[in-house]
Design a binder for this molecule. Sequence first.
Ligand SMILES: N[C@@H](CCC(=O)N[C@@H](CS)C(=O)NCC(=O)O)C(=O)O
Length: 206
Amino acid sequence: MTDARMKLHWSPKSPYVRKVMICAHELGLVPRLELVRSVAAMSKPNPAIMADNPLSKIPTLVREDGRALFDSIVICEYLNAMAAGALFPPQGEARWQALRWHALGDGLLDLLILWRNEREREHPSAALVDAFERKTRASLALLDAEAASLVDAPLSIGQVTLGCALGYLDYRFDTLGWRALAPRLADWFATLQVRPSFQATAPVDG
Ligand SMILES: N[C@@H](CCC(=O)N[C@@H](CS)C(=O)NCC(=O)O)C(=O)O
């Protein structure tokens, strides 16, 4: 039995890293991870990350034998397999639902990060900002309509990722007031947020 640790290029702010960390907490694998604070910025490729991932993105996991895995969904599925967990339903409708929720949560994160970059430019594109806001509101409306299914389904990579996207809305887009737009989703999120895995990984500045 090896207790060698895997290196995770990590940051306390990245919602994609948070996905991996929530899975690690849920699967009991946190002690197996050595967290290495790695700064990833689109305009500044980081050689320390690029040694393991040419895309210079976090999260990147380096396994005990030195082989690296990325991106977040691949790392999450690897951890789930390692712990024989239930975060990736193996087959049937439960699998498609989990992967679909994952895709929606990840897609929402992708657009929120682009939106944040755009709004920090000196002259943000009004058309882009409007498109980001419409897609965010439409995603929240769809998820609000599916809140009962989110409550009923066992915790999967789908709910984990949606939780990270909603947490990112709280962190970077608090003025949107998303809870008023999706009150049933907000009720579900309140139950998710109290899980130790979410509490331990809430984004922090610095
Ligand atoms: N699809 C990737 C996205 C990861 C990602 O974009 N991470 C950000 C930090 S939140 C990053 O590394 N940005 C640096 C860059 O885009 O060069 C994943 O799921 O892991």
